[in-house]
Design a protein around this ligand. Structure first.
Ligand code: ASP
Length: 313
């Protein structure tokens, strides 16, 4: 039996102590703690990393503080289009959904795509038909209405910008909008898994899809190397194929998890202006929580070690 490990993130960006209230900080920390402890329960009981990843992400999706599930940002047309993906490091099976609406827990639908279809990614109306077929929980539009997110859309429309959850641009009163969520886990059987879920960017148009639902960009897991979940400026993370790049640096160049994360997050991404971060876990249970932004909502827990929760640099 191996020792288990788990890490989660709730988005990275311009998160500064100066713009945070004590109540907000407590609420975010509690949200992270609830999610990681739920995942840990599963690992502690000998459950799979895949189950731990799904259950931790479901809790973050149900929490309106995070930009995923309930709390997802608005598109330009006032709807919600959710992206999510999950991958099993044991057999390299993967599932993803992109641009889906009204799905309560996109991570579970991504898992259903992996386990109950012969495909890896489903989008739009077809994904909805599949969701009905597998009895995924569906919620009315109202469920996804969160005032803070609506105000954010009005602001973005006024300035005619698409606001990434991570940028300070056009955001007043120090109010920063963060949220994409993710989890990576290693179970006692030695299997890695990773998953990511998001509402993407406020005011996004034209069916824009980010890295969160792209296997190899926002999510990747391979027992040979690592499990990764990213958060940041999706376009740059896609162009850099971030999650797979870290795995490749480990597999082909023999870099350690830390060396690979440092190179990709602190050097390669920075050079092309890719703001954000990621959580990473290797097959030995080493954890990296790397980000090149001001902060990243994050938490990690190794078997027999204390829970770590961090927000700022
Ligand atoms: N990476 C996500 C996207 O571009 C956003 C985020 O991480 O907050 O859709």
């Amino acid at each position: 039996m191996n020792n288990y490990s788990i890490a989660i993130h709730g988005g990275a960006g311009t998160i500064l102590p100066s713009t945070m209230t004590a109540e907000k900080e407590t609420a975010y920390k509690k949200g992270l703690e609830d999610a990681i402890l739920a995942g840990e329960e599963i690992l502690k009981a000998g459950g799979t990393s895949l189950d731990a990843v799904e259950s931790a992400i479901r809790i973050l999706e149900d929490n309106p503080l995070f930009n995923a599930g309930k709390g997802a940002v608005f598109t330009n047309s006032g709807t919600h289009e959710l992206d999510s993906s999950i991958m099993n490091g044991k057999d390299l099976m993967a599932g993803a959904v992109a641009g889906v609406s009204n799905i309560k827990n996109p991570i579970s639908l991504a898992r259903a795509v992996m386990e109950q279809s012969e495909h890896v990614m489903l989008t739009g109306k077809g994904a909805m038909d599949f969701a009905k077929k597998v009895n995924a929980a569906i919620e009315p539009d109202d469920y996804f209405f969160v005032q803070m997110r609506y105000d954010q859309l009005q602001q973005a429309k006024e300035s005619n910008t698409m606001i990434l959850d991570h940028t300070e641009d056009k955001i007043e009163n120090g109010e920063k909008k963060f949220g994409t969520v993710g989890c990576v886990a290693l179970d006692v059987h030695g299997n890695l898994a990773g998953g990511t879920s998001t509402g993407g960017m406020t005011n996004k148009k034209f069916g824009r899809v980010g890295d969160s639902s792209i296997i190899g960009a926002g999510t990747y897991a391979n027992n040979k190397t690592c499990a990764i979940s990213c958060t940041g400026h999706g376009e740059l993370f896609m162009r850099s194929v971030v999650a797979f790049d870290i795995s490749c640096l480990m597999e082909y160049k023999g870099l350690s998890l830390k060396e690979a994360c440092d190179l990709v997050v602190m050097d390669k991404l920075v050079k092309i202006g890719g703001e954000g971060g990621l959580i990473a876990l290797d097959a030995k249970g080493n954890i990296e929580l790397s980000f090149n932004s001001e902060g990243m909502y994050r938490a990690s827990k190794k078997q027999n070690e204390a829970l770590y929760i961090g927000i700022y640099k």
